[in-house]
Design a protein around this ligand. Structure first.
Ligand SMILES: [Zn+2]
Length: 327
């Protein structure tokens, strides 16, 4: 969270929600941390997982406190719901299971919804409308960054006129993403799930097509969307961040970008603690970090896996400008 900027929510001002969409391991955590350093921007991690992991299981906030005890989130819970104990986390999970899944995307993309589905969708998205307004109010920031990533949630949220929804569609080379999902990554915030999930490369390839295809469909349906490539973010972080900030109407000129720089061809950013719920363990990192491309897949990924993932994802790889790279 970065400074109030004097732009409190008031009257009919809609919270501007910058939603980072894409398949996991595509650089969304890095992007949300960088955005969170800009004035008037509050990056809150993956709200989709806040209900179960943050509230019910009391996993740690990015600041290190168990989420329900973190002063920032306590204030958000008070404003949005009159306290977290007023939130029926099981009901949120039930609703999510019914309306917010990959398989719901065709239905959510249709122009009209049947009334019973619409009621459940409204009940589900009410939780989000309230929490985003609570975050904007508690932080004093007019822009909330949610890195929930799932296309299905973005489809749900776009039905709510109370939100000024803007989607940043983050893509990364499918081979790099598939390789990353084969590797074990520890989750320091959880005793019960000490490692992040792993997926076989063919499953990742399928999910990569699905998430990216769905986010393109969302853009075609008129939701303001900016596509950002992970590879551009890590090679030109300042220029890429400025582009995202411009798209989302955030101030990113002059001193606002002083937390980033480069020395001798190395790009860096200086990050403060952020009140993020759930997400990649990088959300706990503070201080000066080096921003560099993780391209281990190019040497460490077995050739047979690489060929399979390339074949399965070729149409979108070509569309995003990756097809000419090492196959
Ligand atoms: Zn916190």
């Amino acid at each position: 969270m970065a400074g109030a900027g004097g732009a409190m929510m008031a009257g009919n001002n809609r919270p501007r929600v910058v939603y980072l969409g894409g398949l996991g391991r595509s650089g969304t955590t890095l992007l949300e941390r960088l955005l969170g350093e800009l004035p008037g921007v509050c990056s809150v991690g993956e709200v989709v997982h806040l209900w179960q992991r943050g509230i019910a299981e009391a996993e740690r906030c990015g600041c290190g406190e168990p989420l329900p005890g973190c002063p920032f989130w306590r204030k958000v819970g008070e404003i949005a719901f009159g306290g977290w104990d007023q939130v029926d986390v099981r009901r949120v999970a039930e609703l999510r299971h019914t309306v917010d899944r990959n398989r719901c995307v065709p239905r959510l993309a249709a122009p009209a919804l049947n009334p019973s589905f619409r009621r459940l969708l409204d009940e589900y998205t009410d939780y989000y409308v309230r929490i985003y307004a609570g975050i904007a109010d508690a932080s004093g920031c007019p822009v909330v960054v949610d890195s929930s990533k799932h296309a299905s949630l973005a489809f749900c949220l776009r039905r709510r006129a109370e939100l000024d929804l803007r989607v940043v569609h983050v893509v990364r080379d499918s081979r790099a993403v598939a390789f990353s999902w084969t590797r074990r990554v520890s989750r320091p915030e959880s005793a019960s799930d000490p490692f992040m999930l792993t997926y076989p490369p063919t499953k990742t390839a399928w999910l990569w097509n699905l998430q990216n295809g769905a986010l393109q469909l969302l853009a075609m349906e008129g939701v303001p969307t900016l596509r950002v490539r992970y590879e551009d973010l890590v090679t030109s972080p300042t220029a890429t961040l400025a582009k995202v900030a411009d798209f989302a109407g955030m101030a990113a000129d002059g001193a606002a970008m002083n937390f980033m720089g480069s020395d001798a061809n190395t790009n860096w950013a200086d990050l403060r603690a952020a009140h993020t719920a759930s997400g990649n363990p990088m959300r706990f990192t503070t201080g000066k970090i080096t921003i560099r491309m993780d391209d281990r897949w190019q040497t460490a990924m077995p050739a047979s896996q690489r060929r399979r993932v390339t074949a399965l994802t070729l149409p979108l790889l070509a569309r995003y400008g990756y097809a000419g790279r090492a196959e």
